[in-house]
Every structure is written in structure tokens, then in C-alpha cells.
Design a protein around this ligand. Structure first.
Ligand code: ADP
Length: 686
């Protein structure tokens, strides 16, 4: 550019190349940047890992490169303007013009001097003959120190001439227009160039005679003056040229500068894209890796492509994921182990016939097994996560039991054992409970565990066995002496009847009769009791329970004051039972109902099927609207010799329960029924 300012043509050439080069470069860079911006925008839209970081870094990079470049550009433009302007200031203008004028004036003076000399020569040669002049020509030339001297006729023919160079025979002819001017008898002087290109002062003056002749003298200009004049001329022309080009020069510089700025900015942005992508690439990989780890892919490994700090980071990441994967595997293995243990424990617990409930701190139930739900008749969802007082609120029948258990849990840290009874939906249940507090390894109380078993059947069996023993003893100790007592009484009466007076004989007969009657009564009572205590001799057969019930009910239909209503949900329920025993069961219950209703009222008989433990059971419900039963009665109802009647034996329901249990069924008082007494019997079906 600096050399271009010296030579405007060079500037033009260079300028075009610069413009072309810059424009091409800018277009290529713009295209590259556009591609990069487009792909970055797509990444941003897709929320690809690292895209935001790339965008932010590029923005900062561009900002950082634009700011200094703009400042430099601004000052360069200012400097350029001022620099170019300073070339053309007023003093320089004036100096240039003065120098030019000085050179012109000095040359002019010299020319005037030579004009004067030439006029003198013209006067000298005036009137002289051609021959004389030819002879004197050399001297004349030498006298004035001219390079060449020549005399021309009016027609322009050379009359005489002399040159400093003897070989130069032909003088320099004046130009046509100069000649015309000379012929009008006007003096002519001007700068001229010799044939060798040397600068000369050419003077032509007329020699006033008839016909006029014209004298041309060529004076040399001293080399120094000539050089100076040339240099001033040249400088002036250059100066004018530059002055003329000043604005376009400024514009060109500005344009070139702007293009260079644009080019360097675009180059910086493109380089920014490439280098930032290069820097962000491992960060991107890391982000992807982290996302993979977050979504559970702990085995994620990233390629290590560099050995710098970021490469080290990637290596550390790989090491970390390896460790996470390892510990995850270990955790999984431990988890599976725990799960196996838990499943094993659960299967052990669920196969236990005993109920097991574990408590956390503050007596909140943590786990309970199936048996616990079965024994307490409370649904699973009501147990876990609740504490005892919450369960009590919903299950009033368990209130006493649970309160006592809670009290024991709170009081004792040792193992305790206690028997509880409660009235479940299937009648009275007896539980044998054992409980203990649980302690952590640090000795802190972390909860408790309670194990309980339904011992109702066991206790019943024990009671039955005891009653059986009593029955046997009764039969043996009481029934055996009864027959001799009866026989002895009859013999007494037989023997003494004739010997006594009528009055005494009558009294004896009455007494004997009373003894015999009471002995009979005692015998039948002992028989009833042995019947209850004796192991049964069942003769089972398949029967339709609906029909059997109807047959028994037919016997009661004649009683007008007692209404019997049947609600059979199924037409044909087949059971395998001893029909005689089951008839007795129904009789006993209906008889009790009649007595409770004191001869008038309504009995409802329901027959249905229920599914219990994957088996179908026939369910027979017998409800009356008599006096009903109170809680204490329900507790002992099915035990022998429990009666409220004057002539009752208290064996009716005990026998019923025995028969039902012998058939694999259950009987209980429906405590939900409050309109009288309600009994529910469940028997297995075929
Ligand atoms: P018994 O009828 O000889 O008294 P049970 O064993 O049949 O002996 O009955 C025992 C007791 O149960 C009866 O005395 C009675 O108080 C009570 N009971 C039985 N069934 C009913 C009923 N349907 N309504 C009211 N109380 C009943």
C-alpha cells in the first residue's frame, strides 16, 4: 500500500487485487460461518449437549475480537484521514507553487538574457553578406556560448549555421507554429529539447533587413538548473496528481481497511467456531456421559482423544463410571440377596400358622403376615403403616385385645406371654400371644414383635376331652348304682305292698314311683351327657341340604304363631353329612329359638354358598327375633351345662357345636345381628 501511494497505477492494480482477494476470502468465510451457525442453531434447538456452551463462548469470542478490531479500525481510519490530509496542507501547496514559480522565473530571466544577446547578434549580422556570416558564424556562437546558431531565410531555408558539435551539419528546424510566429516578426523564446533530448533555450529573432532573415540560437541550460527545474516540475505534477486523487485515495484506503477488518473478523469468527468446537467436544462427550449415568447407564465409557486437561477429565469420568458400575453391581447383588432373604422370610412367615406382627418405633405396624389377618379378621390394607390406636378406632371388637397388647409392648422390654380372648365375627376366639421388644446393635429400642396363635380349637378340644372324662365317670359312678336303686325300690314295694296297711301301701307306692321316676330322669340325663361326650358314629351320605332343611321345617309348619321364612340363594347345595346328626342340629337351634320367642315370632332360615380358602362352603343362617344373647352368654354358649332355663340341660348347643365340628364345619353366633339371636353354620360342600 505504501509503495502504491507513490505510483497511482500500481495502486490501481493492487487495489483491484486486494478487493478481489478480500471479497473472495470474505465470501468463503461467510459461507463457512453460515454453515457453522446453521448447525449450531440446530443443535441449540435440539438442546444438544454442549450447544449452549459453544454458543456462549463464540458470542464472547466474537465480542472480544470485534471490540479491539473496531477500535483499531476507528483509529486507523482517523489516522489515515489525517495523514492523507496532512500531505496536502496549505504550506505545502504554497511551497510547491513557489518552487515552481521560482524555477520558472529563473528560467525566464535566463531566456530574456539570451533574447537580449540574440537581438544584439541580429543587429551585428544585419546587412552582412551570406558568405561573411557563414565565416563568422562559429565566432558569434562562441561569443554567446550557444550550442547552435542558424540563420534562416524568409522561406525557411538555412542560410548559415554553426553547432558546438562539428558533426552536426543540419541545424534544428523550428516547429511550424514557432516559425509562423517568427515570420510575423515577433521574437520567440522558449524551452526546447535538442535532438538528444537535452533541455535548451530556443530563441528566434528576426534580422530586420530586406528581405528579412531569422536568427535562431539554441542556448544550453546548465545541468544543475535543468535538473532542478525537472525535479520541481516532476514533484509538482506528482503533487497535483496526488491532490486530485486525494478523496479516491481515502475511499480506497477506507475500503481496503474495511475489507481487511471484515476479513479478519470473519476469519476470527471461523477460527472461533473451529477452536471452540474442538474445546467443547470433550465437554459435550462428558455431558452426554453424565446424562447417560443420570438415566442409569453406569457402564458408559467415553473415548479419550486428547492428552490435555480435558483428556484427563474424560479419563477420570471413565474411572468414575467404572467404579459406579462396580458398586452398582455390588448393590444390585446385595439387593438381590436382600430380596431373596426377604422373600424367604416372607414365605416362612406366610406359611406360619401363627400370626406375626412387627412394630416400628411408636408402635406403628411395619409388617404382618397372612395368618395375622386370618386370625384377627382384619384386611391387610388396614394393618401396615398404622399404629394400634388407629386400628382400634376402626375395629371396636379388637379394642380390648389391642389395648392390652399395646400396654404390654410399652411396659416390658422382656419376652412376655399372655392369653387373650375376643369376640370375632365367628364367635369367641382365644389367642396365645408372645411379644418382645427389638433392639438395635447400639441397644436402642427400635420396635417390637408379637407372635400369636388361635388356640380356640385347642382349648375347645381340651375342654371336650375333660367333659368326655366327666361323662365317663358319671356313667360309671352314677349310672351304675341307679339300676340297683331302681330295682331295690321296686322290690321293696313288691314285697311290702301286701303287708302294709292301705294308707302305708299307698305312700310306699308313691315313694317308690318317685324313686323310679327320678332314677329314670337321672339315667336319661347321664345318657344325654354320654351322648355328647361319646365319640360319634357318623354315617355320612351325599344329601341335598335344601331338602334336608325343608324336611325339618315341615315339622314346625303347624305352629300358627311361629312364622318360618326361608331365603335360599341356591336351589341345590350338596353336602356329605350324617343326615340324622344334621337334623338334630337344626332341631336344637329351632327349639331354642322357639323358646326364646316364647311361642310366637318369626324365624328366618338363610342358605347360601361362600368361598373360604379356595373351597366352597354351605352357609346356613338361622335368625329369630326372640330375647337375643348378651356378650357373656356368647362367650360360653357352646359349652355344656350352660343354660338359663329351669328345665334346660345346657347340652343342646354343645352337641350342635360338636356335630358341626365333626363334619369339618364351624358354628358361631352372628354378633352383627341384633334383632334376636342369629346362628351361622358353615359346612364343606362337595
Ligand atoms: P338348653 O336349651 O337346655 O338351655 P342349650 O345349650 O340349647 O341348652 O342352650 C343354652 C342357653 O343358650 C339357653 O339356656 C339360652 O339361655 C341360650 N339360648 C340358646 N338359643 C337361644 C336363642 N335362640 N335365643 C336366646 N337364647 C338362646
Amino acid at each position: 500500500m505504501s509503495s502504491a501511494t507513490l505510483e497511482s497505477s500500481e495502486l490501481n492494480d493492487m487495489y483491484s487485487w486486494l478487493l478481489l482477494g478480500n471479497s473472495l476470502g470474505s465470501i468463503i468465510l461467510l459461507a463457512l460461518i453460515a454453515i457453522n451457525v446453521y448447525s449450531l442453531a440446530r443443535e441449540l434447538k435440539k438442546r444438544e449437549a454442549g450447544s449452549k456452551l459453544t454458543a456462549r463462548m463464540i458470542f464472547l469470542f466474537v465480542l472480544l475480537s470485534i471490540a479491539p478490531a473496531t477500535i483499531v479500525f476507528y483509529f486507523s481510519v482517523q489516522f489515515l484521514h489525517q495523514g492523507i490530509d496532512s500531505w496536502f496542507n496549505v504550506e505545502l501547496d504554497k511551497a510547491m507553487e513557489d518552487a515552481l514559480e521560482l524555477s520558472e522565473v529563473s528560467l525566464d530571466q535566463r531566456m530574456r538574457l539570451h533574447l537580449k544577446q540574440t537581438r544584439g547578434l541580429a543587429r551585428e549580422i544585419k546587412g552582412k553578406s551570406q558568405t561573411l556570416i557563414t565565416l563568422e558564424m562559429g565566432d558569434i556562437r562562441n561569443k554567446v556560448g550557444a550550442t547552435e546558431i542558424a540563420l534562416f531565410s524568409r522561406q525557411g531555408h538555412v542560410i548559415a549555421s554553426n553547432s558546438i558539435d562539428p558533426s552536426d551539419i543540419l541545424p534544428q528546424l523550428p516547429e511550424k507554429d514557432i516559425w509562423l510566429q517568427a515570420r510575423q516578426n515577433r521574437d520567440y523564446y522558449a524551452l526546447s529539447h535538442s535532438k538528444d533530448g537535452e533541455l535548451l533555450i530556443q530563441v528566434i529573432v528576426p534580422v530586420y533587413e530586406e528581405p528579412p532573415r531569422y536568427l535562431q540560437v539554441l542556448f544550453p541550460i546548465p545541468e544543475r538548473i535543468s535538473d532542478l527545474a525537472d525535479s520541481i516540475d516532476f514533484a509538482f505534477v506528482r503533487y497535483q496528481e496526488m491532490k486530485f486523487l486525494r478523496d479516491s485515495l481515502k475511499t480506497s484506503f477506507l475500503l481496503v481497511l474495511s475489507l481487511i477488518l471484515l476479513l479478519s473478523l470473519l476469519a476470527a469468527i471461523w477460527v472461533a467456531f473451529i477452536s471452540i468446537r474442538h474445546i467443547v467436544a470433550p465437554v459435550k462427550e462428558l455431558v452426554k456421559g453424565t446424562q447417560a449415568v443420570a438415566s442409569g447407564d453406569y457402564k458408559k465409557q467415553l473415548p479419550v482423544m486428547r492428552q490435555d486437561d480435558l483428556g484427563f477429565l474424560v479419563e477420570s469420568f471413565n474411572e468414575m463410571t467404572q467404579r459406579i458400575a462396580m458398586s452398582n453391581d455390588e448393590i444390585m447383588a446385595a439387593g438381590t440377596e436382600v430380596e431373596h432373604q426377604r422373600a424367604y422370610l416372607e414365605s416362612v412367615l406366610s406359611n406360619l400358622t401363627a400370626g406375626v406382627i412387627s412394630f416400628g418405633s411408636s408402635h406403628k405396624i411395619r409388617t404382618a403376615n397372612q395368618a395375622a389377618y386370618r386370625i384377627l379378621h382384619v384386611h391387610v390394607s388396614h394393618f401396615v403403616g398404622q399404629n394400634l390406636s388407629e386400628i382400634i378406632k376402626e375395629h371396636a371388637e379388637l379394642a380390648q385385645l389391642l389395648n392390652e397388647i399395646q400396654g404390654l409392648l410399652e411396659q416390658s422390654d422382656d419376652i412376655w406371654e399372655q392369653r387373650f380372648a375376643f369376640l370375632g365375627p365367628n364367635g369367641r376366639q382365644e389367642l396365645l400371644c408372645r411379644g418382645t421388644s427389638l433392639f438395635s446393635s447400639l441397644g436402642l429400642r427400635v420396635g417390637a414383635i408379637v407372635v400369636f396363635d388361635d388356640v380356640t380349637d385347642l382349648i375347645q378340644a381340651q375342654k371336650n376331652a375333660a367333659w368326655g372324662e366327666v361323662a365317663k365317670r358319671l356313667a360309671h359312678e352314677i349310672k351304675n348304682p341307679l339300676t340297683p336303686i331302681q330295682l331295690a325300690a321296686e322290690r321293696l314295694q313288691h314285697k311290702l305292698a301286701d303287708e302294709l296297711t292301705d294308707k302305708s301301701a299307698q305312700m310306699l307306692q308313691r315313694s317308690t314311683q318317685t324313686i323310679v321316676q327320678q332314677v329314670e330322669a337321672m339315667k336319661s340325663m347321664v345318657d344325654d351327657f354320654s351322648e355328647y361326650a361319646r365319640p360319634s358314629k357318623k354315617q355320612v351320605e351325599l344329601i341335598n341340604l335344601n331338602e334336608l332343611v325343608n324336611e325339618v321345617l315341615a315339622l314346625y309348619l303347624f305352629q300358627a304363631k311361629i312364622k318360618i321364612e326361608t331365603q335360599f340363594n341356591f336351589e341345590n347345595i350338596t353336602v356329605e353329612v350324617d343326615p340324622v346328626s344334621i337334623r338334630q342340629v337344626i332341631h336344637n337351634i329351632i327349639k331354642n329359638a322357639q323358646e326364646a320367642m316364647e311361642g310366637k315370632g318369626k324365624i328366618i332360615i338363610k342358605l347360601d354358598k361362600v368361598i373360604l380358602n379356595n373351597a366352597i362352603y354351605a352357609e346356613l343362617g338361622i335368625y329369630d327375633n326372640g330375647c337375643g344373647l348378651n356378650t357373656e352368654q356368647i362367650d360360653t354358649l357352646f359349652e355344656p351345662y350352660v343354660t338359663t332355663k329351669v328345665k334346660g340341660t345346657g347340652l343342646g348347643l354343645a352337641i350342635v357345636k360338636k356335630i358341626i365340628e365333626e363334619h369339618g364345619g364351624v358354628i358361631w353366633v352372628d354378633t352383627a345381628y341384633t334383632n334376636g339371636a342369629g346362628f351361622v353354620i358353615q359346612l364343606p360342600t362337595i
